[in-house]
Design a protein around this ligand. Structure first.
Ligand code: ADP
Ligand code: MG
Length: 464
């Protein structure tokens, strides 16, 4: 009993430190809105970078013709082709192919990687049954590239740094569109890259195509990010000519958001410290580390380790696995959190399979579920506060008129972690209140990022 009492104390302490009462969430939302304004004011004005995407026209649903999309963001890339039917007909035909990237290409040379992509793309194009492209027109492609790039126009961008499993030194500082374009020419592929975007912008565009009330696209996957539509004349830092449409899509890069109101625990601080590349201040992404798929499992692992080290709640176990960073993944904590078996059989299985914690008591397993719940709820509630912040910035957080606002969300965490998703939706409703809540909808935009690229290529088409 003493063992459990100690463990319970660790959990109670975590619960208290992770509390996110509505008053705190409102502070976080206001601060997000303020940071957005500061980031738009001047370059470097905020940790939230508020990058111009140069996408000034979003799809209307009236686009017509054949367009291609290429999505590179993780271990796979996807090529797809859509035939757009114009007014009301939307996507008449769509085909896609997913290709996994051979690991050696992720750390090779730029020309090898883009050469591989262009070869696959050429093969995909070769079995075009449709001949809608003619009279000297080039095929048009939208490129979703979910790594940090610096853009000066919609169809170019230099790579700032690789993330995830990629590290191809000679590509850093280069224009990724030019690299792709060169590789395509080598393949004799007559294709024009009409737009370079990231997955958040793609999600926004993909959803906007079907619903003109969509105001933002948000990703909750391995990482997290958001993009939204801003009035071009509300961007003081912009020096160029204002676009015809009067709109500009902003890529927020909100993972870097930081606020003194964020409920941070010792586990988060340690995680952050250990993940820091020394000297690279900019990589302290506190907001992202509290709520994206890459980190939730890791936070839970750290709590379990502390609990086990300070009590004998798991018995006398070997801590080697439990001490291994990132061994417990977010899908594992999701599975444990959703365990509905009376004796928490799935929790027992996951602990055993992943951490070699065997013979756990039901009491111990209940504590594990509670830890998952605390960590995931904090994530979902802070995520909701971020969304409320965007709505606040847009003046859509209170219902002045009968104006509908839709936020399109994609990403594995939102899609598969049901309790995260439910908690996010409920919390957003709480923050907005009954009246405004009715005019705001959250929508899962399935595969926004792939199709979004093709749709932006269509709306930015040089032939339209
Ligand atoms: P990416 O963000 O790399 O483009 P996804 O949007 O597909 O990829 O998200 C993948 C992430 O989603 C994983 O890193 C993981 O954290 C999370 N995820 C995937 N499956 C689940 C699951 N069943 N439960 C909870 N989280 C999941
Ligand atoms: Mg993705």
């Amino acid at each position: 009993a003493a063992a459990v009492a100690m463990a319970e104390r660790v959990v109670a302490d975590l619960r208290e430190k992770c509390e996110t009462p509505p008053s705190l969430l409102r502070e976080v939302a206001s601060e997000m809105a303020r940071e957005m304004g500061a980031g738009l004011e001047k370059e470097g004005g905020s940790r939230v970078k508020m990058l111009l995407s140069y996408v000034d026209k979003l799809p209307t649903g009236r686009e017509e013709g054949l367009f291609y999309g290429l999505d590179l963001g993780g271990t796979n890339f996807r090529v797809l082709r859509v035939q757009l039917g114009g007014n009301e007909k939307h996507v008449v035909n769509r085909e896609s192919r997913e290709v996994s990237i051979p690991p050696h290409l992720m750390s090779g040379s730029s020309s090898e990687l883009f050469g591989f992509i262009a070869t696959e793309l050429a093969e995909f194009v070769a079995d075009d049954k449709c001949t809608a492209i003619s009279n000297g027109k080039k095929r048009e492609l939208g490129f979703t590239f979910s790594f940090p790039v610096k853009q000066r126009s919609v169809a170019s961008g230099t790579l700032v740094k690789w993330t995830k499993a990629f590290s191809i030194d000679d590509a850093v500082g280069e224009d990724v569109v030019a690299e792709l374009q060169t590789a395509m020419e080598k393949q004799g592929l007559d294709m024009h890259v009409a737009a370079l975007i990231n997955d958040a912008v793609g999600t926004l565009a993909g959803a906007r195509y079907y619903d003109q009330d969509v105001v933002a696209g948000v990703i909750f996957g391995t990482g997290t990010n958001a993009a939204y539509v801003e009035k071009a004349n509300a961007i003081p830092k912009w020096e160029g000519e204002l676009p015809h449409s009067g709109d500009m899509v902003i890529n927020m890069e909100w993972g870097n958001f930081c606020s003194s109101h964020l409920p941070i625990t010792e586990y988060d601080e340690e995680l952050d410290k250990e993940s820091l590349n020394p000297g690279e201040q900019a990589s302290i992404c506190i907001y992202e580390k509290l709520m994206s798929g890459m980190y939730l499992g890791e936070i839970v692992r750290r709590v379990l380790l502390k609990m086990s080290a300070h009590s004998s709640v798991f018995g006398n176990i070997d801590h080697t696995k439990l001490k291994t960073h990132f061994l417990l993944r977010t899908p594992h904590i999701s599975a444990m959190h959703h365990d509905e078996t009376p004796d928490l059989k799935i929790v027992a299985e996951k602990l055993e399979e992943n951490l070699e914690i065997t013979g756990t008591s039901l009491e111990a397993r209940k504590l594990v579920v509670e830890i998952c719940d605390i960590v995931a709820r904090r994530a979902a509630r802070l995520a909701a506060a971020g969304l409320a912040g965007i709505l606040m910035k847009l003046g859509r957080d209170c219902s002045v008129e009968k104006q509908r606002s839709v936020i399109a969300i994609d990403g594995g965490l939102f899609e598969h972690y049901t309790k995260f998703r439910e908690c996010l939706e409920i919390t957003l409703g709480e923050l907005l209140g009954d009246e405004a809540g009715k005019s705001v909808a959250v929508k899962h935009a399935d595969d926004g990022s792939g199709i979004g690229a093709a749709l932006i290529a269509a709306s930015q088409s040089q032939y339209s």
